[in-house]
Design a binder for this molecule. Structure first.
Ligand SMILES: NC(=O)C1=CN([C@@H]2O[C@H](COP(=O)(O)OP(=O)(O)OC[C@H]3O[C@@H](n4cnc5c(N)ncnc54)[C@H](O)[C@@H]3O)[C@@H](O)[C@H]2O)C=CC1
Ligand SMILES: CC(=O)[C@H](N)C(=O)O
Length: 374
């Protein structure tokens, strides 16, 4: 149901006395009144599960089979217990993932199915990872619009109706050519030129609106490009920084699709996932905002190649620029100002460029030793 139409109905459906969000004390008068953003049955409050009723949060991760979801599930399962974290996606999970903990099919465009999963599993935290990334989004704007915008509306409504704590990642891609690029602060002009960026600005604003309007416990981090060894990126502009490791190990040759001097903010996956857990666990009074930049390092392809060549002098890097990706990268931040995250909830990264490269190479070396021993 379109959100605007729903909201006008909602304005008439004030459910006095039903807490808007079971997770947090409400801080402004408007939030003491709960609105249901969709038309819901009169017993809908029955489904609201207060976080304090459970020992651990019960977490659902959407789009969980992408670059980030499996690692997040592993980390959250260690902390909250295997059965308290459900991975979901529309793709078929590899058997290692299927056997490592609960997995469920969920298409975020299917509102009823999502609601059923949340209710039947008494979900209290929702981590919304489903999305089409920047380069893939430009290749399929209609699908990106549907998944990244319509899908988000479903997620917001379900999270608000069921009193969930909701995490939605945003990205350096939520900024554009008219934003300050070096560094980019939390609050500045945001006029991205990709459907991905537009959908992420929309997500930031809608999440913050639902927070102020309905008391939704919305939390959002703008991730830099994420680098991981055991999961492949899903069609972004920063993918080169993962691909270079695979190609370096396989053939000692790498053809980069961005110019050598294209500087972008980047982060190792362990820092990204830890930041996600930290902001989800942050006491509400430490959050002066609901959307934060986080950062770790900033480099260009030439600098990454030089760091790799310290350990692999035989690595040859050539450049064959993809004009779509280059135009996107040229409109994105070069450096990210994450001082608010550091000040408010103590964000601190562990990995700079040398540690990142060493860690990635160590993981690949361990994998190849294991493969040889089998
Ligand atoms: N990987 C990165 O460098 C960054 C990622 N992010 C954000 O983090 C989140 C996760 O990113 P990745 O794991 O890298 O993305 P990915 O592209 O690797 O995975 C996205 C997943 O969403 C799933 N999906 C697509 N349509 C769906 C639908 N209708 N219903 C349910 N699932 C659907 C896909 O099957 C895929 O497994 C995304 O929202 C992305 O925007 C933000 C900044 C950087
Ligand atoms: C930075 C991102 O959001 C993503 N990796 C992309 O390049 O699209």
């Amino acid at each position: 149901m379109p959100v605007i139409r729903t909201l006008s109905k909602v304005a008439k459906q004030v459910l006095l006395g039903t807490p808007g969000c079971g997770c947090q004390p409400l801080t402004v008068a408007a939030r003491n009144v709960s609105f249901s953003p969709r038309q819901v049955t009169s017993d809908a409050s029955f489904h609201s599960v207060s976080f304090s009723e459970t020992d651990h949060p019960k977490v659902l991760i959407t789009g969980g089979l992408g670059q980030l979801g499996v690692g997040l599930a592993k980390m959250l399962r260690k902390r909250f217990g295997k059965n308290n974290v459900i991975l979901s996606d529309i793709r078929k999970p590899p058997s290692s993932v299927f056997h490592s903990g609960p997995f469920i099919y969920s298409d975020i465009l299917d509102y009823k199915n999502l609601r059923e999963i949340v209710v039947n599993n008494r979900i209290t935290w929702l981590v919304h990872y489903s999305a089409l990334l920047s380069a893939v989004g430009e290749a399929n704007v209609a699908l990106a619009r549907s998944v990244n915008i319509t899908g988000l509306h479903n997620i917001l409504d379900i999270a608000a109706e069921h009193g969930l704590r909701l995490f939605v990642p945003s990205t350096i891609g939520a900024f554009g050519p008219t934003s300050p690029r070096n560094p980019t602060p939390d609050l500045c002009v945001q006029r991205p030129r990709t459907i991905y960026g537009v959908s992420k600005v929309h997500a930031e604003l809608m999440g913050e609106y639902y927070h102020h309007r309905y008391g939704l416990d919305f939390r959002c981090l703008r991730y830099p490009g994420i680098i991981s060894a055991d999961s492949m990126p899903g069609g972004g502009t920063t993918d080169y920084a993962v691909q270079i490791f695979h190609d370096a190990i396989k053939s000692s040759k790498f053809q980069c699709n961005l110019r050598a001097d294209t500087r972008l903010p980047m982060m190792y996956i362990d820092d990204c996932l830890r930041a996600t857990l930290e902001v989800m666990e942050a006491p509400v009074d430490t959050l002066s905002m609901r959307t934060y930049n986080i950062n770790a390092m900033s480099f260009n392809p030439e600098e990454l190649a030089l760091e790799l060549q310290k350990q692999m002098p035989e690595l040859e890097v050539t450049y064959d620029v993809d004009h779509v990706r280059q135009a996107i990268a040229d409109s994105w931040p070069m450096n990210f100002d994450d001082s608010n995250a550091r000040k408010d909830w103590g964000w601190k990264h562990d990995y700079d460029l040398p540690e990142l490269v060493q860690t990635m190479l160590d993981i690949f070396a361990a994998e190849s030793r294991m493969a040889r021993s089998h």
